[in-house]
Ligand binder design. Structure first.
Ligand SMILES: Nc1ncnc2c1ncn2[C@@H]1O[C@H](COP(=O)(O)OP(=O)(O)OP(=O)(O)O)[C@@H](O)[C@H]1O
Length: 234
């Protein structure tokens, strides 16, 4: 394990997580007995060939899906038993998502997109507009606040998505192939931002096919047929 994470608090704990799908009446094992711990502040990449279970694992980590068996603890909370409403509230507050295809709302401005998590907030606003401005500035987008997504480059759209993902100060930042739709220069810029966000203390998990992207993480786990084939921390 990287020396910087020794002694850090455990942010994520997966114990014997299984996830099956039923395909044509047959059970397909998408995740098979997956266990690991992720210390707070670590930057981990999940790699593996197509169909190995990467997205299924990311969806479970992001509380978009639940294990069929096993346990998932995030920040000492057992989220594997949450109902849909508790899971979505928890997800909005504690998890930031960045997707390959950005998932921005086309009719909203850059600032409004970055502020989207506020719409799902139950309770006080907590100065989110000020925080969105600061994050967009950090992403180099201060001159684009009123632009619509179709007026931005791919790299700029992804930077808006990163600002949105960080708005609620998530415990966990998850990214699914975040550079997959970008040219090499924009991909390098976005990757540098992830590295910077991690350096500021954020726990980050990134799914990628790209060995160069994975090499930027502190730790890599590779999946094969739903099992952990290799964990660089072990
Ligand atoms: N909703 C679903 N219904 C049935 N089977 C599914 C479903 N989602 C995923 N699977 C199957 O589960 C296995 C793991 O899929 P998953 O999408 O997690 O893999 P992946 O590693 O993310 O692949 P890729 O790199 O192609 O995105 C695959 O065999 C896939 O076909």
């Amino acid at each position: 394990m990287n020396s910087s994470s020794v002694g850090a608090m455990v942010m994520v704990r997966l114990d014997a997580v299984k996830r099956n799908y039923s395909v044509g009446g047959q059970a397909l094992v998408a995740l098979d007995d997956v266990s690991f711990e992720l210390p707070q502040g670590q930057f981990m990449a999940i790699v593996g060939s197509s169909g190995s279970g990467k997205s299924t694992l990311l969806n479970i980590l992001g509380c978009l899906d639940r294990p069929d068996s096993g346990r998932y603890l995030l920040d000492n909370v057992d989220v594997s038993t949450f109902d849909d409403e508790s899971a979505s509230d928890f997800r909005n507050r504690r998890i930031g998502f960045v997707f390959q295809s950005f998932h921005l709302l086309p009719r909203l401005s850059v600032l409004e997109n970055a502020l989207l998590p506020r719409r799902f907030l139950r309770g006080p606003d907590e100065g989110l507009e000020q925080r969105a401005h600061a994050l967009l500035q950090r992403m180099g987008l201060q001159r684009h606040l009123s632009h619509r997504p179709d007026q931005l480059s791919g790299g700029q759209m992804q930077r808006v998505a990163i600002a949105r993902a960080l708005l609620m100060k998530p415990a966990l930042l998850l990214a699914d192939e975040p550079t997959g739709n970008l040219d090499s220069k924009s991909a390098a810029d976005v990757l540098a931002l992830f590295t910077e966000v991690h350096a500021s203390g954020q726990t980050v998990v990134i799914v990628t096919h790209d060995a160069d992207v994975a090499a930027r993480a502190q730790r890599q786990i590779s999946l094969r047929d739903g099992k952990i084939e290799h964990d660089s921390a072990v």
